[in-house]
Design a protein around this ligand. Structure first.
Ligand code: DON
Length: 555
């Protein structure tokens, strides 16, 4: 009997994500309870939100391997106690030997799996450099203190959750192609069961070296040499030069207002901020609150805005260090007005009738949010791209590498794993950053911090962030309600509204279908990790999404 109760308790804590938590001094919401707890420990030990975010990032590398990483990249938005917001870009880059047609066959057709599986799919990782940069410029604790919790988790092991068990089961065909991936994730040759302890000895050694010698070790040391050898032995093209020349970029966030709220989000090479701003500025012209949540009129307007914005994404957005991205033009009142005006409130605009804006004259991931007692707030979205990235662990480093190269437009008009299409602006070039949809976002009102959040979800990231904001600002939902509420998504192509199961009644489906909006059901959309501030009672409310296994910690 006792055994049954024990296994029930164990199982329940792994299946159900936790509910929201309220704290006075600090809050963390992330994809894993252990990682959120790490963040709170760092805050209690005197670290600020930036220190805590870095420690959470390293911890997720261990306890949330489908997306937490040191073998990938991401974006960090930082809000200082004085209200300044800055963006740190540690997105992966194409290796210098990359070629625009590297994933095409002789007939110029994309080769299945080449940009998504194994060593050739890997972009030059940015996470370790990004975290080091963030600590040096905005953190306060010592580097090795930020890695210590991750090292402990990797060395002592952590219990496999339901979600991780399922992920390892579903990705075994890919991972079993690489012996180091099998050693790391299938220690007895089989999928680890729920509750089994996973320990990562090679990754422990790598994290210890990085703790001692800093990012230098990852980009120029023994880790760099081992990583390059493993990649090249398996058909990849990253070399030591690529690692040595990886550079973090600090950028100015995209900043705009939506119905009186001051919104900051990620600039290119993410499409997130620009597309979020376009969607919200278009729908701002319509009385969504009057229409009501998930009323057909609201769904139509938001869908039409999303359709037009994703057409622009495919054409205009890419790495601003390589192409000129006309951000001001894309956010100009004239263009937004024209896009809003082109929406026929009574009739669907088929996607083949929608093109990008005219040229001006003359874009498994995980998100975590942290806030501290002083008002530092951090939103980080980081990724290996798809779940478990390329599936390729770089030999003895224990580093699972990304498949971010698939975020490039590998051929004009060809869609990536998220069905997103792209063109010239996001074509592969040596050293270029691939376009992202990641949208870490911070919202203020009257100079007070309100919400810090973001989500994974490939192409659905932007529309998820937009809908959570619309839920709160237009429909007056609480943060918890806004995160829980069902979601839908349109990305220009394919010309369908994707909906979560049970999200829309059959009556509403019929209304939309009859109105020219084909509907397709899909798996849950997004996994928000948000923190809101209740200024009246001075509470921090950490809200993990219920869709995966996210969890919050506070103190
Ligand atoms: O940067 C991007 O937009 C993608 N690589 C994000 C991937 C992602 O969100 C997968 N998550 N479910």
């Amino acid at each position: 009997m006792q055994k049954i109760i024990m296994s029930f308790l164990l199982l329940s804590s792994f299946i159900w994500s936790q509910t929201f938590q309220v704290g006075k001094n600090g809050a963390v919401a992330s994809a894993s309870k252990q990682a959120s707890d790490v963040g709170i420990e760092v805050l209690k030990n005197g670290g600020n939100a930036v220190d805590a975010a870095i420690a959470v990032g390293f911890a997720l590398t261990v306890v949330y391997p489908p997306a937490g990483n040191i073998g990938g990249g991401g974006f960090m938005l930082i809000h200082s106690p004085e209200g300044a917001v800055t963006a740190i870009d540690f997105r992966e880059k194409a290796p210098h030997a990359a070629r625009r047609d590297m994933y095409l066959d002789e007939s110029e057709n994309p080769v299945d799996g080449l940009s998504t599986e194994g060593a050739l799919a890997v972009g030059v990782p940015g996470s370790v450099a990004g975290y080091e940069y963030a600590r040096q410029h905005y953190g306060s604790l010592k580097w090795n203190e930020l890695l210590a919790p991750a090292i402990k988790l990797a060395e002592d092991g952590f219990p496999v959750s339901y979600y991780i068990h399922e992920g390892l089961r579903d990705h075994q065909n890919l991972m079993r192609r690489f012996p180091a991936s099998v050693d790391m994730f299938y220690p007895n040759g089989s999928v680890p069961a729920i509750g089994d302890m996973l320990r990562f000895s090679d990754l422990t050694a790598t994290l210890k070296r990085i703790a001692k010698q800093g990012a230098e070790e990852f980009y120029r040391g023994q880790t760099a040499r081992q990583l390059v050898k493993a990649v090249r032995d398996n058909g990849g093209i990253i070399d030591l030069w690529d690692l040595q020349h990886y550079e973090v970029k600090e950028r100015k966030p995209i900043n705009f207002t939506y119905r009186g709220y001051d919104i900051y989000s990620m600039p290119p090479p993410s499409s997130g901020g620009v597309c979020l701003a376009q969607i919200l500025k278009i729908v701002e012209k319509f009385p969504l609150a009057g229409y009501g949540f998930h009323a057909s009129q609201s769904i139509r307007i938001i869908t039409e805005a999303e359709r037009r914005v994703y057409a622009n994404r495919a054409h205009f957005l890419g790495d601003p260090d390589f192409i000129s991205v006309p951000v001001d033009y894309l956010l100009s009142a004239e263009l937004i007005n024209a896009m809003a005006k082109s929406i026929d409130i009574k009739k669907a605009t088929p996607s083949h009738e929608v093109d990008h804006a005219p040229l001006p004259e003359s874009e498994e991931t995980t998100h975590f949010s942290v806030i501290d007692k002083d008002g530092w707030a951090v939103a980080v979205t980081t990724t290996l791209n798809s779940s478990y990235g390329s599936g390729f662990v770089a030999g003895k480093t224990g580093i699972l590498l990304n498949n971010e190269m698939d975020d490039f437009s590998i051929k004009t008009g060809a869609s990536n794993i998220y069905g997103l299409v792209g063109a010239e602006a996001n074509a592969i070039q040596p050293q270029k950053r691939m376009l992202s949809s990641m949208t870490p976002t911070i919202v203020c009102r009257n100079d007070s911090l309100m919400w810090v959040f973001g989500t994974p979800g490939g192409g659905t990231i932007i529309t998820t962030v937009a809908q959570v904001l619309i839920n709160m600002i237009d429909y007056n939902m609480t943060l918890v309600q806004a995160v829980d509420a069902p979601r839908f998504h349109h990305q220009w192509w394919p010309d369908v509204i994707f909906i979560e199961k049970y999200s829309i009644s059959s009556d509403m489906r019929n209304i939309l279908k009859d109105g020219g909006y084909p509907i397709r059901e899909r798996s849950p959309i997004g996994d928000i990790n948000a923190i809101g501030i209740d200024w009246k009672n001075r509470n921090y409310i950490a809200v993990p999404d219920k869709r995966r296994q996210s969890a919050a910690s506070v103190y």
